[in-house]
Write a protein that binds this ligand. Structure first.
Ligand SMILES: [Zn+2]
Length: 65
């Protein structure tokens, strides 16, 4: 007489860890606040990224030739 109660789970978009979709998971679909911030931070970083010149390792060029 057991009710088959299969919890709905989703995969954390950041680390793909299974997260139970319930009120207990405050950060769903993320597994934790950390993963949520990471995900938000990624798109934020995309906008904030400055297309500046990256310093080439010029000091090592002598060995390259
Ligand atoms: Zn996660």
């Amino acid at each position: 007489m057991s009710q088959m109660k299969t919890p709905t789970t989703v995969s954390c978009p950041t680390c793909e860890k299974l997260v139970v979709w319930s009120s207990a998971s405050a950060f769903r679909p993320f597994c934790s606040e950390r993963c949520k911030l990471i995900d938000l931070g990624e798109w934020a970083a995309e906008e904030k990224r400055i297309p500046g010149p990256e310093l080439p390792p010029a000091a090592n060029n002598e060995d390259d030739y």
